[in-house]
Design a protein around this ligand. Structure first.
Ligand SMILES: [Zn+2]
Length: 318
């Protein structure tokens, strides 16, 4: 069973002209998925208080307060040029985190007995670059980290794995969990590249050593080499860790024509990754998979790339 979670407020975060992370990314995906009959979740959102509590479990509260003040004053940036603010940004950041939380709650109720539950939180702004006390790289709240923490604290998940296949390394998610052994972070990404982190020797620190897996890949990597990296490095590590829930930081900017990335992944590539991850989730975690939209900046292709990945995750068309 698969459901799409979203929130119209995610579209209210506007960006300067020509900026790649813009509302049309998400509106195009939503229109396409609706036209193609993918099932959307209805209703049920965590209350604003519950969302605030869940989000505040991760970032520095002073960062949340600084963000709120900057939004209230009508500032045009939060910290740096890659975190532009508009009138709808504060609400959009909460809507994205709220939809991720609602999707996490829904997925947590799935099990092998009921065929498992997979969800896509189709949201923006994305999250994986957001640090504990800083917005970064189009990201304000780390949606994947917020969902992981929710699954740990509220749903009794003892282990959560995040696999981040966005073309950029998820510095924020890695940093939030690198000292912990209960949340495994794995990433395939272009390297060297923005944001500069994600070298193979970054494997976690202290008690979290060995619970971070970085698979840096050179520019120009296509389906074959990506497939090897995922099948031979990422999937075995996820299988060994045996999470209770699998979270995907699903960025589609490794697409061969993405304007920001330099990789050569095809639509078929994203479909097969979904297929493999569905198999892994069925094997280790009762089919519980939560995919969160991160990057992907080719407006024309993003809707069908997302759909191809969903077909893999769902094991077919809706
Ligand atoms: Zn990216």
């Amino acid at each position: 069973m698969i459901r799409i979670f979203t929130d119209p407020a995610c579209l209210g975060h506007q960006a300067p002209p020509g900026y790649p992370e813009r509302p049309e990314r998400l509106s195009g995906v939503l229109t396409h998925l609706r036209e193609r009959g993918w099932p959307f979740a209805s209703g049920e959102r965590p209350s604003p208080e519950a969302a605030r509590e869940a989000v505040a479990a991760l970032p520095d509260e002073r960062y949340v307060a600084r963000f709120e003040r900057a939004a209230g004053r009508g500032d045009s940036l939060l910290g740096s040029a890659d975190s532009p603010l508009s009138g709808g940004t504060w609400e959009a950041a909460w809507a994205a985190a709220g939809a991720a939380l609602a999707a996490a709650d829904w997925v947590a109720a799935g099990s092998g007995d009921n065929g498992g539950r997979a969800a896509l939180a189709a949201v923006r702004p994305p999250g994986h670059h957001a640090e504990r006390a800083a917005a970064m790289g189009f990201c304000f709240f780390n949606n994947a980290a917020v969902a992981a923490e929710r699954l740990r604290r509220r749903h009794g998940a003892s282990r959560v794995a995040v696999f981040d296949f966005d073309v950029h390394h998820g510095n924020g998610t890695q940093h939030l969990f690198e000292e912990r052994a209960d949340v495994f972070y794995a990433s395939t990404h272009q390297y060297p590249f923005y944001p500069g982190t994600g070298a193979a020797d970054e494997r976690g620190t202290g008690g979290g050593e060995g619970f971070t897996l970085n698979v840096p890949l050179p520019a120009g990597t296509g389906d074959e080499r990506y497939g090897e990296a995922i099948r031979e490095r990422v999937l075995p590590a996820l299988r060994r860790f045996a999470p209770d829930v699998l979270i995907l930081s699903a960025g589609f900017d490794a697409w061969q024509h993405d304007p920001l990335g330099g990789m050569r992944v095809t639509e078929e590539g994203f479909r097969s990754w979904g297929d493999w991850l569905r198999g892994l989730a069925a094997e280790v975690c009762g089919g519980r998979v939560l995919a969160l939209l991160e990057g992907g900046y080719d407006l024309r292709s993003l809707p069908r790339l997302v759909e191809a990945h969903l077909e893999g995750l769902a094991g077919g068309k809706p």
